[in-house]
Design a protein around this ligand. Structure first.
Ligand code: BEZ
Length: 238
């Protein structure tokens, strides 16, 4: 939608439904997020095909796809390039590029063509201060009900940390499954924060917890152990 020749850039918000769209991808047509109901999904944009940082990112993400799928999380990429550019770039990556020991990497998750920039505009992937013609590196983590749960942006020059994105997916699922919050740098096996939402009644109950599971340092900071196996058994398929 354009108003007085000024493009309107919207921005999804955490806690709200992921904006819906239909698109053509390297794996066929998609109806987003409806096609992903019941799965977590990472929708991410990259600036352009045939660029080096994006190439290193796609190789890394493709190599981790099974790991993400095992956590019930699907991957969907996007750039404002066309389908034939996507296909040619992914073929070149498979045939020619080696990076950090990865080679012959086949990208089997869908890569959306968005030459009209319709999706990029809907998802706030265009940041004119950075580029008028390319999407920045945006990441949207969307839950099985189609709700946006995490948004992360990186500029053109900075490749993403995919271990961090995996940590985000696991931490969001752990928070939902165990009704906890995850502290700084949390990884499965680390203590968690209880409970997620504070209230006087809940705080008092936590302070008086006799089970020995919860340690309260003050009314606002209570932690408890959450075993790594318990977390991973709940989240991972195998
Ligand atoms: C890259 O992926 O290498 C890249 C893309 C756009 C601008 C700068 C770098």
């Amino acid at each position: 939608m354009e108003e007085m020749n000024q493009p309107v850039y919207s921005l999804p918000r955490i806690g709200e439904p992921a904006p819906a769209f239909k698109a053509v991808t390297t794996q066929g047509d998609i109806n987003f997020p409806a096609d992903y109901k019941g799965s977590w999904v990472i929708l991410f944009s990259h600036p352009a095909d045939f660029t080096p940082v994006c190439t290193s990112e796609f190789m890394t993400f493709a190599s981790m796809e099974e790991q993400f799928n095992n956590a019930n999380c699907k991957l969907v990429g996007l750039s404002v390039d066309g389908l034939y550019s996507h296909i040619a770039w992914l073929r070149t990556i498979k045939d020619k590029i080696e990076y950090k020991g990865m080679k012959n990497v086949e990208v089997t998750f869908p890569l959306i063509e968005d030459i009209t920039m319709e999706v990029a505009k809907k998802y706030g992937m265009l940041m004119p201060g950075e580029s008028n013609t390319k999407a920045v590196r945006a990441v949207f983590v969307i839950d099985p009900k189609g709700i946006v749960r995490t948004i992360i942006y990186y500029p053109l020059s900075l490749g993403r940390n995919f271990d961090e994105l995996y940590r985000v997916v696991i931490a969001l699922q752990a928070a939902d499954e165990f009704n906890i919050a995850t502290p700084a740098d949390w990884r499965p096996g680390d203590d968690v924060i209880v409970p997620t939402a504070g209230s006087c009644g809940v705080a008092k109950q936590r302070m008086e917890d006799k089970s020995g599971e919860t340690t309260c340092y003050d009314w606002f900071f209570c932690t408890k152990k959450l075993d790594k196996d318990t977390v991973l058994k709940k989240i991972l398929k195998k």
